[in-house]
Design a protein around this ligand. Structure first.
Ligand code: NAG
Ligand code: NAG
Ligand code: NAG
Ligand code: NAG
Ligand code: NAG
Length: 327
């Protein structure tokens, strides 16, 4: 009797071990794939992707709160945010759900002008741009380096069922490949950077950087023409220094970049180098897209350069076909 019982126990134990083994290998099997393509294979991964389990427990994942995010008049999608006790300003704005962000209107207008335009969102943060473009049916190549933000963006993408449209690269961009510490600036998750600004304190995260040219490997199929938004806290010009291959592979007729870090550096060679590089690539600089007055003159002569926070670059040929009102 006792012996029979022992055999039964041993048999059950073997079955349990085999099942655990299969479960383990199954999860391992799509670890890497899941990180970038995000096509969930089972109900379990759909809810809690394997890759995330390295960064956050399932319980913490469940606790991340998500709110409706209005993309256009009557279109919305879930956006996952920080707990308001964490002091992130963007999360605060999003939790109110009412603010129609002016910069988003501009993005949507640029995309609506051209149905073939996809989005490259460098410095995606919680995904206001990425989720908007994807919700409108455009493909998105997004890069965001801060793991707690990446987790939230992953959850937003899943809840919105936008996995097929968004490719998320969870890495910092630079002009070299190196291991860097990610710094937090104030409580706002919007000011995360790898340059160690005065106000910064290290976060527990270290990451390996990639260049814009390295991003070419992540381009989804059929991703040939895109609007690029780049907001990476003072790394923009350095990142464009390693971008030739990428910009030859995908046609980027419109770029919107944060310029506020360079306002006081317009006399420095790095700015004039960048502007001449862009002009060689046939881009024309604008400070706004409301009319021809938004066009900028030469860097050292046009004083408007000293006041712009967001710089638009539009390819000469695209200006003729899609932005005739700016000529
Ligand atoms: C959204 O609003 C537009 C007009 O503003 C309307 O034509 C369209 O049917 C609406 N779509 C839905 C899903 O309600
Ligand atoms: C937000 O954080 C506070 C304090 O840590 C906690 O009590 C609360 O449950 C959190 N709220 C959510 C929605 O996670
Ligand atoms: C966040 O909001 C607070 C108060 O509303 C403000 O003082 C602070 O400057 C904001 N920070 C950022 C980075 O916008
Ligand atoms: C970054 O760190 C990893 C792990 O320690 C190492 O394998 C890799 O070679 C490092 N990369 C660079 C560019 O130093
Ligand atoms: C980009 O490269 C050029 C030429 O090597 C250099 O002069 C410029 O300072 C670089 N820009 C940045 C921001 O590092």
């Amino acid at each position: 009797m006792a012996r029979k019982y022992n055999i039964q126990v041993a048999f059950i134990a073997i079955i349990v071990v085999v099942l655990l083994y299969f479960k383990q290998t199954k999860i391992k099997g799509f670890l890497i794939k899941n990180l970038y393509s995000g096509t969930p294979k089972t109900a379990r991964t759909q809810r809690f992707p394997a890759i995330i389990s390295n960064l956050v427990s399932e319980k913490e994942w469940e606790k991340i709160s998500c709110v409706p995010f209005k993309v256009d008049r009557n279109i919305s999608t879930p956006i996952c945010i920080y707990n308001l006790t964490e002091g992130d300003n963007l999360s605060k704005v999003l939790s109110r759900g009412t603010v129609w962000q002016p910069h988003l209107i501009k993005t949507i207008q640029i995309l609506k002008r051209d149905p073939e335009l996809q989005l490259i969102d460098l410095g995606a943060n919680l995904g206001t741009w990425t989720l908007s473009a994807a919700r409108l049916g455009r493909k998105v190549l997004a890069a965001e380096m801060f793991p707690p933000t990446v987790i939230r963006l992953r959850k937003s993408i899943q809840l919105g069922n936008l996995q097929d449209l968004v490719t998320l690269v969870p890495k910092p961009l630079s002009d070299t490949r190196e291991n860097v510490t990610i710094y937090l600036c104030r409580k706002s998750k919007m000011a995360i950077n790898i340059l160690m600004r005065k106000c910064s304190s290290p976060s527990p995260y270290v990451a390996s950087t990639i260049t814009m040219d390295d991003l070419t490997a992540y381009l989804p199929n059929g991703f040939t023409k895109a609007f690029m938004k780049i907001d990476i806290e003072g790394m923009e010009l350095r990142v464009f220094n390693r971008s030739d291959h990428f910009l030859k592979t995908v046609d980027v007729p419109v770029i919107l970049m944060e310029w506020r870090f360079y306002i006081r550096a317009t006399l420095e060679p790095k700015c004039s180098y960048f502007i001449s590089f862009m002009s060689r690539m046939d881009y024309i600089p604008f400070r706004h897209l409301a009319g021809p007055a938004g066009k900028l003159g030469p860097l050292l002569e046009d004083t408007h350069w000293l006041h712009i926070t967001d710089l638009y670059l539009i390819k000469k040929t695209y200006l003729k076909s899609n932005f005739a009102h700016l000529q």
